[in-house]
Design a protein around this ligand. Structure first.
Ligand code: ADP
Length: 401
């Protein structure tokens, strides 16, 4: 089955056209600067043919038109007719408490996604626009929603409730949801596969460290806790997000600096994290190179980042009462031996021992832990698009007559 996977964000639409049976990517690309007059379509075909087109993509409807046009294009495309797109899988950020797994999209599902907009005002409206655009341009093609929050929906109440009046949970659904679920699911399954053991026998910690960062405790295949919370702001330090902080800080800073709530929100989401501490950059590559060149602020940002990962490794080993595997993924987790080494430093009491040469080798699919390490540590690429495509195929096939 050939499936179009769409990730419709506020200013970009990413796509992959996947032949699921062969697990091969036929084409992929991104439309950047959606909503602006100087948008760019970047498209790549399976054979390496690449094209970059300047365009004016003012909305998601137009973005989807471009995706279809480039897939159908004579010179750069991979299909002759729209009907070759057998289904569309969408990444949807917030499924709230309504969805603990992927679903076939119908009017009811679209309404539920709409109802969850107040939980994810920066994401769900754009995801919904992507769905509506497909409905218009590919009417009759089945669409599936795969939620970032779904994998974490089995968390027990002690992990998802905050210490505020229960009424606020009942009234406004304020609780931990967690995000990056598709990635945590994929890498936990992948590790079980690499270890040659059923996931039902494993306690795994997954660390998705990209621009956004989160960790999850995956106990026998179930996410039992995760660092991101009501929004993707909580938990680890991130590129520009603060992660955990004492809520009183917000009240204090708002008062001292005379900030509006919108400005406080921008401060915590856009000016904090690695960027905020270093005063330089949100990019971990630059943080590491500046730190090595002796920059003290970059060193501090690196230390705070890695220390938090380490703290949550300890916390989640405790939460699960043991640990068999630890997996790093995302741009930083997959590619930064420095962050992995620092996050795992002095954790041999938990059975975690990273082997320096293996950690630096950049090799995937083999553990970066020493042979003596009781916990197997891996650095793996994630593949959220494949999970979305597989779920889409499974759901569409299960609805066929
Ligand atoms: P997103 O969350 O937007 O998908 P990515 O998963 O691509 O982002 O992660 C982006 C982060 O990965 C950036 O901080 C970038 O510096 C970092 N990164 C990518 N390659 C490396 C590397 N070789 N060493 C350290 N950090 C890296």
């Amino acid at each position: 089955m050939k499936i179009l996977v769409l990730n419709s964000g506020s200013s970009s639409v990413k796509y992959q056209f996947i032949d699921v049976k062969n697990r091969s990517i036929l084409a992929k690309g991104v439309i950047d600067r959606v909503g602006m007059s100087d948008s760019v379509v970047t498209h790549e075909r399976y054979d390496g043919d690449k094209v970059k087109i300047s365009a004016e993509v003012l909305d998601h409807q137009t973005a989807i038109e471009y995706v279809l046009a480039v897939l159908l294009s004579k010179n750069h495309g991979v299909i002759q007719d729209k009907s070759e797109i057998e289904a569309v899988g969408h990444r949807v950020v917030h499924g709230g408490e309504s969805f603990s797994e992927s679903v076939l999209i119908d009017d009811r599902v679209m309404n539920e996604i709409r109802e969850n907009i107040e939980l994810a005002p920066l994401h769900n409206p754009h995801n919904l626009r992507g769905i509506q655009a497909v409905l218009k341009h590919l009417p009759g093609t089945p669409q599936v929603a795969v939620f970032d929050t779904a994998f974490h929906q089995k968390m027990p109440p002690q992990a998802f409730l905050y210490g505020i009046p229960y009424l606020l949970y009942r009234r406004y659904k304020i609780r931990r949801y967690g995000f990056h679920g598709t990635s945590h699911f994929y890498v936990s399954q992948k590790v079980a596969e690499l270890l040659g053991k059923p996931i039902s026998e494993l306690k795994i910690i997954t660390a998705h460290l990209g621009n956004g960062c989160s960790m999850a405790a995956v106990d026998r295949g179930v996410s039992v806790d995760t660092t991101m919370g009501f929004t993707p702001l909580e938990g680890l330090l991130m590129g520009t997000r603060s992660g955990d902080l004492d809520p009183s800080i917000i009240l204090h800073v708002v008062g001292r600096e005379g900030l509006s709530l919108a400005e406080a929100n921008t401060l915590l989401n856009k000016h904090s994290g690695l960027l905020g501490i270093s005063g330089l950059t949100s990019d971990m590559r630059e943080i590491v190179s500046e730190k090595k060149a002796g920059n003290r602020q970059a060193e501090l940002a690196f230390q705070v980042f890695s220390y938090r990962v380490k703290k949550y490794i300890g916390a989640y080993a405790a939460a699960m009462g043991g640990l068999d595997a630890l997996v790093f993924t995302g741009g930083i987790g997959e590619n930064s031996p420095d962050v992995r080494a620092e996050s795992c430093r002095d954790l041999s009491f938990l059975g975690i021992e990273v082997d320096e040469a293996r950690n630096n080798s950049g090799e995937k699919d083999k553990p970066i832990s020493s042979d003596a390490s009781r916990v197997k540590v891996y650095a793996l690429p994630t593949n959220e698009e494949l999970v979305i495509a597989l779920d889409t195929m499974r759901i569409v096939e299960s609805h066929k007559d």
